[in-house]
Ligand binder design. Structure first.
Ligand code: AMP
Ligand code: MG
Length: 319
């Protein structure tokens, strides 16, 4: 297992030596490497078993560092960065030639954000380069929101996991791109689109076509437990359909208990979407430990973070 440590300098030195390291952010743990080190970046793809066509998010220390990776910054992007960074918002910007194309999977845009985690920020401030950091999980599986989740996924593939405690937001960043008409939503995430739309106006939906193949964050099946999972708008009915099976329930709040279920995970006691989002992946990790026949997940109200949670549940339940 990689060593779990609180020592930022130790991890910074390892990254300076072209190693990769798991780091905390407010969304999920990332598997980080120097964007200018081909060795480190190749290692990230290899360790995650991530296909090379899936680009990585670049993490920078401050808004002004956007110019280290972007050749042009649309005024809307500048406004969003100033409003929401540090925070769980990733912007797709035209890339500078100096950004290796392996980071962007050959695309001419680079994904960039300033994470809102004191340990990630102090690490970035110690380093002379930005960090590429996709989620620190094997490709397709549930993203890690604690150092222990990361450790459970990997044996010896890299030296250190920097421990920053449980992630406060708990689901990935919201990804926004731009075209001549304005802003486009690429991935629902920890920042509710209603907040973004206050600045951008109504967001355009991302259109998939041959020039825009699905990036894996947008694959139908992703963020998935090993256990078969279904999404339900009627929990009682779904339980009735699965009587006799070993059932796990993944519920929004604690309104509902059931003698038919082996285990019940309530994501928020008082029905807070923020709390539910921050607990979602840890609850999915726990449910996966029970050798259940089925996980029945409750569909969330389709607004605010509920949209992002439903997006993840949908991808977790796709056969
Ligand atoms: P992860 O870091 O594991 O949350 O995954 C990063 C996600 O960022 C990928 O799934 C892509 O969907 C997205 N991404 C990164 N760079 C780009 C880009 N240049 N264009 C479109 N999507 C991107
Ligand atoms: Mg990921």
């Amino acid at each position: 297992m990689p060593v779990i440590t609180h020592d930022i300098t130790l991890v910074a030195n390892s990254l300076l030596n072209d190693e990769v390291a798991a780091i905390p952010t407010e969304t999920v743990y990332g598997l980080a490497g120097n964007i200018f080190s081909e060795k480190a970046i190749r290692r990230i793809y290899e360790v995650k078993q991530r296909p090379l066509f899936n680009p990585l998010i670049v993490h920078i220390a401050a808004v002004k560092d956007m110019w280290k990776v972007a050749s042009f910054i649309p005024p809307l992007a500048q406004a969003l960065a100033e409003k929401f960074w540090p925070g769980p918002l990733t912007l797709l910007l035209p890339k500078k030639d100096t950004v290796p194309s392996i980071i962007t999977a050959g695309k001419d845009t680079v994904a960039v954000r300033v994470p809102q985690h004191p340990i990630a920020l102090s690490l970035l401030e110690k380093l002379p380069f930005p960090l590429a950091a996709p989620s620190a999980n094997p490709f397709g599986s549930i993203s890690p929101t604690t150092a222990e989740h990361v450790a459970s996924y990997f044996k010896q593939e890299f030296p250190f996991i920097l421990n920053g405690g449980p992630c406060k937001k708990g689901i990935e960043s919201t990804i926004i791109g731009f075209n001549e008409h304005g802003a486009i939503i690429y991935r629902y995430g920890s920042l509710a689109i209603e907040e973004i739309e206050k600045i951008t106006g109504p967001l355009q939906e991302y259109i998939r076509n041959e020039e825009n193949p699905d990036a894996p964050g947008m694959l139908l099946r992703h963020y998935a437990p090993v256990t078969k999972t279904v999404l339900s708008s009627d929990i009682k009915k779904s339980i009735a359909e699965n009587i006799g099976k070993k059932i796990g329930l993944l519920l929004f709040d604690d309104r509902y208990t059931s003698d038919e279920a082996t285990v019940v995970e309530s994501l928020s006691i008082d029905g807070s979407m923020e709390e539910a989002a921050s607990n979602l992946y840890a609850a999915m990790h726990r449910l996966d430990q029970y050798s259940l026949d089925i996980i029945i997940a409750e569909r969330f109200p389709d607004q605010g973070l509920g949209k992002s949670i439903n997006d993840r549940l949908q991808r977790a339940t796709h056969p």
